[in-house]
Design a protein around this ligand. Structure first.
Ligand SMILES: C[S@@+](CC[C@H](N)C(=O)[O-])C[C@H]1O[C@@H](n2cnc3c(N)ncnc32)[C@H](O)[C@@H]1O
Length: 433
């Protein structure tokens, strides 16, 4: 089908002409109509001679998309412009949504092209050094269209995952407390001294850079035109530069020096995909009194990953730490069978490392009632839905069975109390076939 009109979704970079791509400039030049937020129009004013210009307010995003679609339907080439990258918190998404909802497809008569640009986080990073040299993420603090609990969860996940975090839309005239709350969440996982760069109006006339630490971030001058970059636990300020190490010190004495003992150039680290499993096994052997839950915390892995690592060991001839997974569909049958283990111990893993233990002395204290599992007696009882059990693991050295949730964490564990009993082995044999 012949294309009649064209929509060019143009990211023109942070603001200065030198940071605009050649394609972005050419796209604006080839268009008949340019549509954009009035501030953006001002930034590219010198390229707009002879063109129809449609200025819209900040909140009129969907209007801008509809206008672009209507103009393109008339056969015009329309540039819808946005600062940075138009696909990053920009107009590319809403425009595709408007088009698709109107029945447009990529084969329709209107052609669409997305033209990438340097986004604010790249621009800001380039002005303060090299803060993004390791894993990073972008989070917008704008709760105008995203519920705050979702933003808070993402901040927490990023903080826990030790990502370098770039905050977009950190603060506005009305949204002043979000940055305070973000700082509070990040401080739960990061040191108060963590380096923070606040870059305002990057590559524009009023460019301003503040170098601070996380504990002071929210007191700084932050606005609608600021991007905030928060380092990870290895980032640092030196000579006015924010650096996030690439990781060479995990392998080498100095950047170019000898490798550390156990490390090899060009190979995964000793704590790489397979190496961490060897390290775990050696750690358990050296710390026989340590619980698996403690080891999972130390290696920062869910219990399922830890048990999977133990199950994979082929050279564990003594079956010291053998773990064996059985089908979770057998949970009801297995729990009914475990009644024959009494007395037994049920250990419930709670949040924040708090563990609850209960000794089950009679069969009645391990009760299946419909879809519910009840552990304990009238003096104290735990209950949970059977459907919350996602996987089941037998653990040799604990003589216990771990019941894990869908995140791979232990919901509860049943352990044989009698040291000499053969019940664990018999049960394992019966359910692992
Ligand atoms: C709606 S988002 C648009 C992002 C844009 N599409 C991009 O890729 O950079 C607006 C936010 O981007 C950031 N921003 C945009 N331009 C910036 C600049 N020149 N300097 C610093 N931050 C900027 C600010 O955090 C601002 O609140």
């Amino acid at each position: 089908m012949n294309k009649s009109g064209k929509i060019l979704l143009v990211g023109f970079g942070p603001g200065s002409e030198e940071q605009m791509t050649l394609r972005a400039r050419a796209a604006i030049e080839e268009s008949d109509v340019v549509i954009g937020y009035s501030t953006y129009i001002k930034l590219v004013e010198h390229l707009l001679a002879g063109k129809e210009v449609v200025r819209k307010g900040m909140t009129e995003e969907i209007d801008r998309s509809i206008e672009a679609m209507e103009q393109a339907k008339q056969g015009k080439t329309v540039a819808l412009i946005s600062s940075g990258d138009i696909g990053v918190y920009g107009m590319a998404g809403p425009t595709y949504e408007v088009l698709l909802q109107s029945g447009w497809t990529p084969e329709s008569e209107i052609e669409v092209e997305v033209i990438p640009g340097t986004t604010a986080l790249n621009a800001a990073a380039s002005l303060v050094g090299a803060p993004l040299t390791h894993d990073f993420c972008a989070i917008s603090l704008s709760d105008l269209l995203t519920p705050w609990p979702q933003i808070a969860r993402r901040l927490e996940a990023a903080a826990r995952g030790n990502f370098v975090v770039a905050l977009y839309n950190p603060k506005s005239g009305r949204r002043t407390e979000q940055i305070v709350e973000a700082q509070r969440i990040l401080l739960q996982y990061r040191a108060p001294s963590t380096p923070v760069a606040i870059v305002k109006s990057a590559y524009r006339k009023r460019q301003n850079i503040q170098q601070v630490e996380l504990a002071k971030m929210s007191q700084c001058d932050i606005g609608m035109l600021s991007t905030v970059i928060i380092g990870n636990s290895d980032s640092y300020w030196q000579e006015g530069l924010m650096i996030t190490p690439r990781g060479y010190s995990n392998k080498y004495q100095n950047l170019t020096g000898e490798t550390h003992a156990g490390e090899k150039a060009g190979h995964s680290l000793s704590l790489g995909l397979e190496g961490w499993q060897v390290a775990l096994y050696e750690h358990l052997q050296a710390n026989l009194q340590e619980s698996l839950a403690e080891a999972a915390t130390l290696f920062d892995v869910p219990m399922a990953a830890l048990l999977g690592a133990l199950a994979n060991r082929e050279d564990d001839s003594a079956c010291l730490f053998k773990a064996t997974q059985v089908a979770s569909e057998q949970s009801r049958e297995l729990l009914a069978h475990c009644k024959s283990w009494v007395p037994l111990r049920a250990t419930l893993q709670q949040l924040n490392g708090v563990t609850a233990q209960v000794t089950l002395n009679t069969e009645k204290e391990l009760n299946l009632d419909g879809e519910m599992l009840l552990l304990g007696n009238k003096n104290g009882q735990f209950q949970m839905e059977l459907s919350s059990i996602s996987s089941i693991w037998f653990v040799q050295h604990e003589q216990s069975i771990h019941f894990l949730d869908r995140h791979g964490n232990t919901l509860f564990q049943l352990s044989q109390l009698e040291a000499e009993s053969t019940r664990y082995q018999q049960t394992l044999q019966q359910f692992s076939q």
